[in-house]
Design a protein around this ligand. Structure first.
Ligand code: SF4
Length: 504
């Protein structure tokens, strides 16, 4: 544990930001407001000139050495209190990051950006009227982003606007997420609502009964408002872990309940675990015209799959991919994870070589992140994972390989405690991008969550303000409370659409 002393009584939101920045350099670190028992000490100074220029300096002391940094940012306008706070936080982050880079020799390509949606920031600047060049300069100078990351963001933003030309006005439609909280077994890195499916006690049946009701009730509201649905995403858990006839009944309820079924742009069903895919379930998907699924290998090394508790083999992934393809699934996504236990460049090259034979329509390359609630994080010492440099090399290979195989990046997000401070990137062949992944990542429209662990995000199309609501993660709690969850969501929707009507 590295402790950074910041010597002073700073506002809590600044301390949180300093903590995020320090965490980028040390696996385990915390910020203390005193000099006592600290490994590093930083002293900040700042002032704001009459012409609004913000100047910050930092002096970092460690092991008898001093690292200094100064940052000057000019602004053309005076800021209100909130904006001033943001400007100062940003400028202090700048000098803190710089001194930590000097101390450790680690260059942070994402600069001071620690948020999970970098491209949302790009869109924000774009919508404010800045040109690409102005955005590039701003991200580089104010946020210390590398040219490489800015170029990636620009590519993604362009792709998103090609895929959804009405991205800036799509807030007048909604998307739907439906969570099925069961999986054959639980993976070691997982924090999703994924309960091992064993059909005792009627828990699965009771959950499904509740979900049918939730879909119908939400459908009534959507029909009453004559709302259009952009995309529907079945996630979880693994939505194909239930029986074929149960899937069939759910899709029937979905299409009967939701308005304008013919104009829904995309329906995706996560079939993530290959061990859940059967010809009967693929027939059901085909029957309802659903051809976008995910078959997730994560790795093509059997020992890795065993180590992370996936309970299926590499061969099973390959077989189920071809079964899905041959039975008419025309848009298959596959997920790979960089940095799984005991994996280095060699294993990742093998995963890319296997993927090359299948050419799925999209490939999402995740970087392992240590989520607080996962088994892997609780027993970190059990798992040996790649170092920062190797993880970076793997990500670099992913960029190269996808370009060579005609994939383009179209969405991106970052997570806390992500290996090597890297990112997760969704690539696809041209025209095969997932609309849902774009709208959820850029938070451009309301996403109504149904089922277990489903988060709803209600986005006010005028102000961008987001209200969240979370359905219970646990099926037992869902069964008890789903009716309250429906009422609460309808209440928020009524309020949101009343507000929006009033604003027009
Ligand atoms: S398949 Fe996905 S949802 Fe299920 S346990 Fe594994 S990571 Fe979690």
């Amino acid at each position: 544990m590295k402790v950074l002393g910041i010597n002073g009584d700073y506002p809590q939101d600044w301390v949180r930001v300093f903590n995020h920045i320090t965490n980028l350099f040390f696996e385990d670190s915390k910020v203390s407001k005193t000099e006592k028992d600290t490994d590093l000490n930083v002293y900040f100074e700042w002032h704001i000139d009459a012409d609004h220029t913000v100047t910050t300096t930092a002096e970092l002391h460690s092991d008898g050495k001093t690292y200094k940094s100064k940052f000057v940012q000019e602004y053309t306008n005076e800021a209100n209190e909130k904006e001033q706070n943001i400007r100062l936080k940003r400028a202090l982050s700048h000098v803190l990051l710089d001194t930590l880079e000097k101390l450790t020799g680690i260059h942070q390509k994402w600069g001071i950006l620690t948020g999970i949606r970098p491209t949302k920031l790009y869109h924000k600047f774009r919508k404010s009227g800045l040109t690409d060049l102005e955005i590039h300069t701003k991200l580089k100078e104010e946020f210390r982003l590398s040219d490489e990351k800015i170029t990636l963001m620009k590519k993604i933003v362009d792709r998103q606007l090609t895929t959804i030309p009405d991205l800036d006005t799509i807030g007048n439609e909604v998307s739907i997420y439906i969570g099925i909280p069961f999986c054959p077994t639980k993976c070691a890195y997982c924090t999703f609502p994924a309960y091992a499916i064993h059909r005792k006690n009627g828990r699965v049946e009771s959950f499904l009964d509740g979900l049918h009701i939730e879909i119908r009730e939400m459908g009534k509201w959507l029909k009453k408002r004559d709302m259009k649905i952009t995309s529907i995403y079945w996630g979880g858990g693994t939505p194909t872990s239930i029986e074929a006839d149960e899937m069939d009944a759910l899709y029937q309820t979905m299409y009967e309940s939701f308005p304008h079924a013919e104009s829904i742009r995309e329906v995706t069903v996560e079939a993530g675990r290959p061990d859940t895919i059967t010809p009967a379930k693929l027939e059901v998907l085909k029957k309802w015209g659903i051809d976008r699924i995910s078959v997730n290998p994560q790795s093509y090394t059997d020992e890795t799959l065993k180590a992370i508790g996936r309970h299926h083999t590499v061969q099973e992934t390959i077989d189920k991919f071809w079964l899905s393809r041959n039975m008419g699934m025309n848009n298959i996504n596959m997920d790979l994870i960089i940095g799984l236990p005991n994996e280095g460049l060699e294993e990742f090259e093998n995963s890319l070589a296997e993927t090359e034979k299948m050419q799925p329509e999209s490939l999402t390359v995740h970087t392992l992140s240590f989520k607080r609630a996962s088994e892997m994080t609780h027993n970190k010492q059990k798992y040996k994972v790649a170092d920062r440099e190797t993880a970076e090399k793997m990500m670099h290979r992913a960029h190269e390989w996808t370009a060579d195989n005609n994939y383009e990046p179209y969405y991106l997000y970052r997570q806390k405690n992500i290996l090597g401070n890297l990112e997760n990137v969704g690539y696809s062949k041209k025209g095969e991008e997932s609309i849902y992944n774009i709208v959820i990542m850029e938070e451009v429209q309301t996403i109504i969550g149904l089922g277990c662990g489903a988060s709803s995000k209600f986005v006010n199309a005028e102000t961008g303000k987001i209200t969240q609501f979370h359905n219970p993660k646990d099926p037992a709690a869902y069964i008890m409370t789903f009716e309250d969850a429906i009422d609460k969501k309808l209440e928020i929707l009524d309020e949101l659409y009343k507000e929006e009507t009033e604003l027009i």
